[in-house]
Design a protein around this ligand. Structure first.
Ligand SMILES: Nc1ncnc2c1ncn2[C@@H]1O[C@H](COP(=O)(O)OP(=O)(O)OP(=O)(O)O)[C@@H](O)[C@H]1O
Ligand SMILES: [Mg+2]
Length: 271
């Protein structure tokens, strides 16, 4: 499967995940129509478009939360099938939902191990709900995950989630997605509810994901954030592709025009 990233003079790494021709209908509403998308490892691909453009739907299709009516999926050039969240996660595709789904009453370490808590040696013969948790191992794994993403403001992985800031929670949710063997991490408006300092913190985590060679998909309405963090920008409008821009080749104004009015295909910066 050929990637569409051959703009002269701009070396974009070969795409890791490619989807082509995605259709998705909800009843009579065509949320995605023949949509294409791709993201490379070590790249942040922003996904933008007006409200209802189909961004979250596309992300959920990639995460297997919705099954597409039509379309093809390729991972490192090999055709794959994504029909359920299990399919996506087995392929290393993780999504961080906007509500984050963290457990308020548990600490950071427990949240990071949720559903796959390490068991103390010698107790595996018990039914899983009776097995004693290896707290030291859980803590050490959590510390590693937090260190990997350089979440500097978190003082202890034993802090309860209920006492954390919005930015810290977002970072924990990201660390959880990355903690499993993931190669694609998708974030749906991670900074929508955050102030300036916390947004900065989350953007730093997103950049760390790129540095650790993940393929990052980043949905946002905030042009400043998008231009700070992304390498390319895919624009959707009414469920269809308008264009994919190389961020350093375009301007926020041009992207906004593409989002709201569509685009002349020969526009500067468009791939
Ligand atoms: N589960 C669903 N059932 C019915 N319609 C849906 C469902 N999910 C999304 N839609 C519709 O599909 C279209 C695309 O929605 P989607 O949530 O993907 O947009 P979006 O680009 O993420 O918008 P926003 O920026 O507002 O989050 C919208 O018209 C929406 O109402
Ligand atoms: Mg959305």
């Amino acid at each position: 499967m050929e990637s569409k990233n051959d703009l002269v003079g701009h070396k974009v790494p070969p795409a890791h995940l490619i989807v082509r021709g995605i259709d998705k209908k909800f009843g009579g509403l065509q949320a995605l129509k023949d949509a294409d998308f791709e993201v490379a490892r070590g790249e942040v691909m922003a996904l933008v478009g007006d409200n209802g453009a189909g961004k979250s739907t596309l992300m959920k299709v990639l995460a297997g939360a919705y099954s597409a009516d039509a379309g093809d999926f390729f991972l490192d050039g090999k055709r794959v099938s994504i029909k359920s969240p299990n399919d996506a996660s087995a392929l290393g595709i993780q999504i961080v939902y906007q509500d984050l789904a963290l457990c308020e009453n548990l600490d950071v370490a427990a949240n990071l191990s949720l559903g796959k808590e390490p068991v103390k040696n010698g107790w595996r013969f018990l039914p899983y709900f009776l097995r004693p948790i290896d707290n030291l191992e859980m803590e050490s794994k959590a510390n590693k995950a937090i260190k990997r993403l350089q979440v500097r403001t978190l003082h202890s992985v034993r802090s309860k989630v209920s006492g954390l800031s919005g930015g810290q929670r977002q970072a924990i949710a990201i660390a959880r997605a990355v903690g499993t063997e993931s190669s694609v991490v998708m974030l749906d408006e991670p900074t929508a509810a955050l102030g300036v300092a916390q947004t900065k913190q989350v953007l730093e985590v997103v950049k760390r994901l790129r540095d650790t060679n993940h393929a990052v998909v980043y949905i946002s309405h905030n042009m400043q954030d998008i231009f700070e963090v992304s390498d390319r920008i895919t624009v959707l409008r009414h469920g269809q592709n308008v264009s994919t821009f190389i961020t350093s080749n375009t301007t926020p104004d041009e992207v906004v025009v593409a989002m709201t009015r569509g685009l002349d295909k020969n526009s500067v910066g468009s791939v």
